[in-house]
Design a protein around this ligand. Sequence first.
Ligand code: PMP
Length: 400
Amino acid sequence: LFTAVEMAPRDPILGLNEQFAADTNPNKVNLGVGVYFDDNGKLPLLQCVQAAEKAMMDKPTARGYLPIDGIAAYDAAVKGLVFGADSDVVKSGRVATVQAIGGTGGLKIGADFLKKISPNATVLISDPSWENHRALFTNAGFPVDTYPYFDQSANGGLGGINFDGMLAKLNAAAEGTIVLLHACCHNPTGYDITPAQWDQVIAAVKARNLTAFLDMAYQGFGYGIAEDGAVIAKFVAAGLNIFVSTSFSKSFSLYGERVGALSVVGSSKEETDRVLSQLKIAIRTNYSNPPTHGGAIVAAVLGNPELRALWEKELGEMRVRIKAMRQKLVDGLKAAGVSKDMSFITTQIGMFSYSGLSKDQMVRLRSEFGVYGTDTGRMCVAALNSKNIDYVCQAIAKVV
Ligand code: PMP
C-alpha cells in the first residue's frame, strides 16, 4: 500500500525550529517562527487568559459536544471584534461566523465552501505570502496564482510594495477570481498597503467581481483592534460579499488551543442563513465540531468588560514592545557599523520584517551565530528582546 509513497518535504519553518533546538550555541536566537515572546524570551500566558481559566476551573463543567458552528457567545464576540457589534451588517444578520480550529481552520472551511460555489475559480495570493495559503487552497482543489506584492528593488533597493503591479493583476483577473488579502501585518514582509490603496483594491474587487478573502491573523498588532479592523469595514461599506478568517493564536497567545473563526458577509439575512448552513456542512465533514477550551476562554474574556480591558492592555503592551524592538534593531544595526539605511524596519508593521538579507547571509547568521530566520530574509521581530538585541545586531553587521 505504501511502497510508492514519497517522503514529503519538511515544513520550512518547523524544520528551522528543529535545527534551532539541536543548536548548541548558548547565544542562539530563534527569529524563525511567527511567535511573540516577552522581554525575557518567554511565551506569555496572558493574565486575562489566566483569570478566565481560573473562573472556569472554580466552576468546572462537563465537556459535551459544541454546536457545529461553535460557542454562540464566541461567534458573537468575533463578529463584534471584526465588524463592530453595533454595525449594520451584524445587526441585520448579514454576517455568518463559525468558530474554527485556528486561523488555518477558518481558511480551510472557507476554501472548502468556496470550492462548492465557485469550483472553476482561480485563487490569487500575494507574492510572497504565508506559505500555507498556497497549500491550503491547492489542497481544496483550486489553481493558485500570485499577485505582485513585495519588490526588493523598490525604494532604491531597500524593498517595498509593488502596488501598481498588484492592482494591475487584480484589474486583469477573470471574474469570480478569489483574492486572498492580508487584512493587516502582512506575513512575511511586514509591509501593509495604505487606506487609500485599500480603496483602490476594493474598487478593483468590485469592478472585476472578484471574491475577497481577508486573512486577519494579527488584529491588534498593527495600530490597534479597531484600527486594524477598519479595513474590513471598508469592504462592507462597498457592499461586497467577503470572507474573513480570524486567528487568536497571537493576540491571545493561545497558539496551541487552536482558536480562530471564519466570517462570511452575505447580502441579506436569508442569504446569510443559507451560507451558514453550508459552512456547517464543511465543518461537519472535516472535524464535526470545534474543541471547547480555547473558544470558552476567548468568549469569557471578550464577554467580560474587566477582562476585555485587561486583554486590550496586554495586547497593547505586545504591540508597543514589538515597535520598540524595531527601533532598537535599527539603532543597534547602525551602532554595529551597518552603513545601509535600515530605518525601513520601523515602517514595517506586525511581527515580521523582511530584512533584505540574502539567503547566503541568512545561512551564515544561522551557522556562524545561531541566529535563525528564514532563507527569504524574514525575521520575527517579536522574538527580539533587551537581552538578545545587541547580539543579533552584531551578528547581522558581520554578515552584511
Ligand atoms: N494566516 C497568517 C497570515 C498567519 O501568519 C497565520 C499564523 N502563522 C495563520 C493564518 C494561521 O493562524 P493559526 O495558527 O491560528 O492557525
